[in-house]
Design a binder for this molecule. Structure first.
Ligand code: GLC
Ligand code: MG
Length: 729
């Protein structure tokens, strides 16, 4: 199996993950890296690639700009360009996801192997995975990690407006994409039953949508039991030991009685983590204060005053509560800790002193901290809302409560801190049962057995472009012809029939496409009229649109590129003043990326074109102007033209330009004839193409007209077997 995982945003690297460096680099990043590494160790898995965004940003480590980072044998991080090198938060990446899709397809084509599945993590990568999977006709797996709808509900409750949520978080778009992912997914993986039943239930779901609860694994090498310090300390690395000393000393200085058990809380400074509830419960209970200290590690901070509003508020509240209940000498609020070595040591320090872990978040979707603390043998008291319900059932390593019930919270903490037997039982349950339920091996075994079943079924959303996905089809071709329609493909019916027969016979190795000034609707008419049923690519509206197969699936990557500096309103407005231009009126002539005019035949075209350019330059939009048949004036985005569309296809589908024959008769075919393609100009060509006769490019001027000229050209280049082409002439 070749598994492709995608996790687009944040800072993804194999070593020393920069957990918490920003809001996008957290649990998900660690999850996907661990998942990739562990999956690669299974014998049935031949390769795992974890795809992410390539970053080239002075503020960041160089590793993020490397295309390939090895994560071990058969396992790599692959970084692909997406929206330039600058780091953006995930909500700002939406405009660039199609670029990533293209790059991932091109990368995969180049590798020469089809993925077994494509697995997208979070909505952004879900979008990409869905597109790539459909191109190769393989199953699409989706893991949401967190979802937009519940988040929006929460924000609205917090007093946000929907406009604000859209401005800052593009939340409606995210929800829309999530909905589309659920519609297309062959398998959805969630971490908890709660996530499946309450989060995903807010979306429309097909009855046959397969959702599997497969909790993530824990890094048991880091979260080993606390007692190893007493029993097996020589096997513990110095990095852990040094981290332990740092944490011990860092916390000790806060306490009057450092030897008392510790109630440890560890979370981001986020309102939803509800740290106040814990401080209040502790602050109000003289008993708790008498038997235990409280240590809260709420993120990493330097100067509270310069932190983001929401984080500053949480930390300020924390300090005010500490003051209100006069918890000096009993409550520690260290400023710094790292997640790699210091966090596991914090748990172990607390466990060594027979303390507890506390997490009073309103909701924990998964509850990774519960599992990690349990793995080290530190019992927990925490929220009953969300994932911890599964954890308590599987591991029996703590107590879950309604965190709004202060008495229940205090009582549970007291129970574990005073009842030695209960503490011992919860502690050893945690160590033993986390190994059983939350090991990466277990996770991967479950995941792979689902994958095998999914792969055996036909994919739910096969590529819409016909029986064979364009990725599989275009990737397998040896060469292809892309031809203009009017006066090139059409015009000689008999030669056309010969050509079509030939294309049909050579179908397995030879592809066929058209590139026309016509819009898709008018191209379709031609294909129907002439019974042309086998087509791989349609380039329409002078190269401003690309479609695949007879289902005409639009290439969104192409459309995405054309938006750059395209200001159609300005262009139309400014060209109004030129009297020799009249806007074409046919129903399909004006497109999103094409504005077309007819030029008055009373003016000199050269002078007219000069004037048009002058006017257009003032609009400061990046356009390209294509003039054909002495009368048509097409204005397109600067990145569009038939030739550019073909170069794009060549790169995306990994087909060398030399293997693509292009054919045309007029000015709008110009740039698909120049360049490395095998250009063919038909005998009946327009004056506009005469200059190409002196061009240094590979261009064959056929004697034959229309399809006859095409056959001649293909034979000239040896792209179709001569024996088959012989009968022509
Ligand atoms: C087709 C289109 C027209 C365009 C012309 C030249 O006739 O319908 O809009 O201007 O090709 O590209
Ligand atoms: Mg033509």
């Amino acid at each position: 199996m070749y598994l492709q995982l995608i996790s687009l945003h944040g800072l993804v690297r194999g070593e020393n993950i920069e957990m918490g460096r920003d809001a996008d680099t957290g649990g998900q990043v660690r999850y996907v890296v661990e998942l990739a590494r562990h999956l690669a160790q299974f014998p049935e898995v031949s390769q795992v690639d974890l795809f992410t965004r390539r970053l080239k940003d002075k503020k960041l480590d160089d590793i993020y700009s490397e295309e390939i980072e090895d994560l071990g044998e058969n396992c790599r991080i692959v970084r692909l360009p997406c929206g330039g090198g600058k780091y953006y938060r995930k909500e700002r990446l939406w405009p660039y996801v199609d670029e990533f899709v293209d790059n991932m397809i091109a990368f995969t084509q180049n590798e020469g192997r089809t993925p077994t599945i494509v697995h997208g993590h979070y909505a952004d990568a879900g979008y990409i995975a869905r597109e790539v999977a459909s191109v190769f006709d393989v199953p699409f797996i989706f893991t949401g990690h967190s979802l937009g709808k519940p988040k929006l509900d929460y924000l609205l409750e917090e007093g946000w407006s929907r406009e604000k949520a859209n401005d800052i978080l593009a939340i409606d778009h995210r929800i829309q994409v999530e909905q589309e992912c659920l519609a297309a997914a062959d398998l959805v993986v969630t971490s908890t039953r709660h996530e499946r039943d309450t989060q995903y239930s807010k979306y429309h779901r097909d009855e046959d949508l397969r959702i599997e609860v497969i909790p993530p694994g824990t890094d048991l090498d880091r979260f080993f039991p606390y007692y190893e310090y007493d029993l097996d300390a020589q096997n513990i690395s110095d990095e852990f030991k040094q981290a332990r000393m740092r944490m011990q000393n860092g916390i000790k200085r806060f306490f009057f009685h450092p030897d008392r058990p510790m109630i440890l809380a560890l979370c981001r400074p986020d309102r939803r983590k509800n740290i106040q509830a814990l401080i209040r419960a502790y602050g109000k209970s003289k008993e708790l204060q008498a038997i235990a200290n409280l240590a809260i590690l709420a993120g990493i901070r330097d100067d509270i005053e310069t932190m983001a509003d929401n984080e500053r508020e949480v930390l300020t509240d924390m300090l005010l509560l500490m003051d209100r209940f006069d918890l000096y000498g009993k409550m520690a609020i260290p400023k710094q800790h790292d997640s790699e070595f210091e966090v596991p040591e914090l748990y172990r320090l607390a466990a060594s002193g027979r303390g507890i872990f506390a997490n009073t978040a309103f909701i924990e979707l998964f509850g990774l901290t519960f599992i990690e603390s349990s793995a080290t043998g530190l019992p927990f008291v925490g929220t009953e809302n969300g994932g911890p319900q599964d954890i308590i059932e599987n591991c029996k390593s703590g107590i879950i409560v309604d965190v709004n019930d202060e008495k229940a919270l205090t009582d549970s903490m007291l129970t574990l801190l005073t009842d030695e037997e209960k503490w011992d039982e919860a502690s050893s349950n945690g160590v033993n049962l986390v190994r059983q339920h939350y090991a990466w091996e277990t996770h991967c075994e479950n995941f792979l057995s689902c994958i095998k079943e999914v792969v055996a079924d036909p994919v739910k959303t096969p590529s819409a472009s016909g029986r064979i996905a364009p990725g599989t089809r275009l990737g397998s071709l040896d060469a292809m012809l892309i031809t203009d329609i009017d006066n090139t493909l059409l015009g000689d019916d008999q030669a056309l029939r010969t050509l079509l027969q030939l294309l049909h016979d050579e179908k397995l190795r030879f592809g066929f496409g058209v590139a026309s000034g016509r819009a898709l609707e008018l191209i379709e008419e031609v294909l129907v009229d002439y019974e042309i049923n086998e087509i791989d690519v349609v380039i329409g509206s002078v190269g401003s649109e690309i479609y695949y197969g007879r289902e005409y699936v639009a290439d969104r990557g192409w459309a995405g590129r054309l938006k750059h500096k395209w200001y159609p309103d300005r262009i139309r407005e400014s060209l109004c003043e030129l009297e020799f231009l009249s806007l074409q009126t046919g129903p399909t002539t004006q497109r999103e990326f094409k504005i077309s005019y007819d030029l008055d035949d009373t003016v000199d075209p050269d002078e007219a074109l000069e004037q048009i350019h002058e006017v257009l330059d003032q609009t400061r939009s990046a356009y390209s102007l294509i003039f054909s048949h002495g009368t048509y004036v097409d204005i397109l985005p600067h990145r569009a033209s038939k030739g550019k569309a073909i170069r794009y296809l060549s790169q995306k589908w990994n087909m060398p330009l030399e293997r693509i024959a292009t054919a045309g008769d007029s000015g709008n075919d110009f740039d698909m004839l120049t360049g490395q393609t095998a250009g063919i100009v038909v005998g009946n060509h327009d004056e506009e193409l005469v200059t190409l006769k002196d061009s240094p490019h590979r261009i064959y001027f056929a004697d034959g007209h229309c399809a006859h000229g095409l056959l001649e050209g293909l034979q000239h280049y040896g792209l179709l077997k001569p024996s088959v082409t012989e009968p022509v002439s």
